[in-house]
Design a protein around this ligand. Structure first.
Ligand code: NAG
Length: 495
């Protein structure tokens, strides 16, 4: 289709695979869409796909002007280009032809402050703006992603009907909701990705323990993960993990998973999550541990060298002797429970980070709704998110998922298994930083009294930072050294 017969409902610029798939998804839902990319072959490719996939109402354009003018007013233009300056360039090229009331929707993994800057910039031209997190990868974009739009509420209303059709559908509605003002949509997507880091790390630790302590083969692992996917852990990541263990290598013998270099890549959203947690004084140790593990995984050569050096220094692998006496069935069941409990703590951290930001920015985030729109389409989609939704529905001001009565009961039921797995892993010398971080988070958060009194005493001793007391109000300072010297002198005299 060369020229559109009528004006399109919406436009999309940036036709890499994600963009093409999202455009086809929109067209398939019956909304005529205009598409544009500077590289004309991308436009042709998309038109071809729209034809092949059933004469979908998709119209290609080759100049920004022609593209913008082909869209019905008020115009909504989704851009899906690399985050950062490509977004600014695309906005510049398109906004020249746009009119007051029109809207730009950035669907990339953008830093939320860039979105807030752009909201200001385009408002000078009377344009509206949305920063919309899109999760689900290429497959999700085509068949139903989870969408996290934040920014202008008016702009959201203009395309709400489209977004609700395009998003993944779960039993309690489409996986999209208006997130809040400003860069909230990007921020929520960023934390989603941080949680995703945590989930993947925890799963990889479960794998490590089952493989090295339990001695499970890839076939057994595939079975176990498939079984877990029929219970409380049912989720996209558990499901694909099961699939991964089944794939044979087509370049040599054995399973493909065993041939993959143990170095994890990353694109930055996990790092941003941990940075934001630190900025907001929110503890997010499980997510931080996942990030640290990616960094350490990158040091492949150093790790190989360290393994050599420590072996020469006399370090023995404890795994072999431990594995002999292991009750496989029990280990598998324990690891399942440890994984589940660790996951609850990781989500508690992510949710609390979101809450701290929501308070700081006045976003008024609805955590039950966030859990709901993550139930489908996105990478962390899981049955268990329905429980989180319900926990926040029961109590929108929940201090932590850990103290929701249902989750609290589940954690208590699982803690013996959780401690056994972590203890066993530590004895075996198999690092489980995510599970350990979650357990330490749980054990720190649940204790009414911590050794922080000693840290306060130290701070008061060397810096006169003062301390509070448990038995009376006010702030106190003590001449610790003088008091200690007096006592030492007394003790000396006694001797
Ligand atoms: C068009 O395609 C190229 C190459 O695939 C990409 O780098 C560019 O950002 C795309 N987007 C736009 C709006 O031109």
């Amino acid at each position: 289709m060369e020229a559109s017969p009528a004006l399109s409902r919406i436009g999309l610029a940036g036709l890499a695979v994600m963009g093409q798939n999202l455009a086809l998804n929109v067209a398939e839902k019956g909304f005529p869409i205009s598409v544009y990319n500077r590289t004309t072959s991308k436009v042709d490719e998309t038109i071809q796909r729209a034809q092949d996939e059933g004469q979908l109402p998709l119209f290609g354009h080759y100049t920004p002007r022609e593209f913008v003018l082909s869209i019905k007013r008020p115009r909504s233009v989704v851009i899906l280009v690399k985050a950062g300056s490509p977004v600014d360039q695309t906005i510049a090229a398109l906004s020249d032809h746009m009119e007051p009331g029109d809207c730009i929707i950035d669907g990339g993994n953008e830093w939320y402050e860039n979105t807030e800057r752009r909201i200001q910039e385009v408002s000078n031209k009377g344009l509206l703006y949305l920063g919309m997190g899109v999760s689900g990868g290429e497959e999700g974009a085509r068949n139903g992603p989870s969408l996290m739009p934040g920014g202008s509420h008016q702009a959201y209303s203009n395309i709400q009907d489209i977004l609700e059709k395009v998003a993944a559908q779960v039993e309690d509605g489409p996986c999209v909701t208006y997130i809040g003002e400003g860069g909230s949509g990007n921020f929520v997507k960023m934390v989603h990705n941080g949680i995703e880091y945590g989930d993947m790390q925890l799963i990889s630790e479960a794998y490590d323990v089952l493989k090295h302590v339990g001695g499970l083969s890839n076939d057994e692992l595939a079975e176990i993960f498939a079984e877990w996917n029929r219970g409380e852990l049912e989720s996209f990541l558990i499901e694909i993990t099961s699939d991964i263990f089944r794939v044979k290598d087509d370049l040599s013998d054995g399973f493909l998973v065993d041939k993959i270099l143990d170095k994890t890549g990353m694109k930055g959203t996990g790092k941003w999550t941990v940075q934001q947690a630190a900025e907001l004084s929110v503890a997010a140790p499980t997510i931080a541990a996942s990030l640290d593990c990616r960094y350490l995984s990158g040091l492949k050569e150093e790790r190989e060298n360290a393994a050599e050096v420590l072996k020469e220094a006399g370090l023995k692998e404890e795994v072999g002797s431990l594995a002999k006496g292991i009750d496989k069935k029990r280990l598998i069941d324990d690891v399942r429970q440890a994984l589940y409990a660790s996951k609850i703590c990781s989500y508690a951290q992510g949710m609390n980070l979101l809450r701290a930001k929501s308070v700081e920015k006045g976003w008024n985030l609805n955590f039950g709704e966030l859990a709901r729109i993550w139930k489908g389409g996105c990478i962390i989609r899981a049955v268990f998110l329905d429980r989180i939704k319900k926990a926040y529905q029961r109590n929108p001001n929940l201090a932590s998922l850990v103290v929701d009565p249902e989750f609290a009961r589940e954690m208590v039921q699982r803690q013996a298994a959780w401690r056994r797995v972590v203890g066993l892993a530590i004895s075996a010398g198999i690092s489980t930083p995510g599970m350990c971080a979650s357990l330490a988070y749980f054990d720190t958060y649940r204790r009414a009294r911590l050794p922080a009194n000693l840290v306060q005493a130290q701070r008061d001793l060397f810096g006169a930072h003062t301390y509070e007391r448990i038995d009376r109000p006010g702030s106190f300072h003590t001449e610790w050294k003088k008091s200690a010297q007096k006592i030492n002198a007394g003790v000396g005299a006694l001797n």
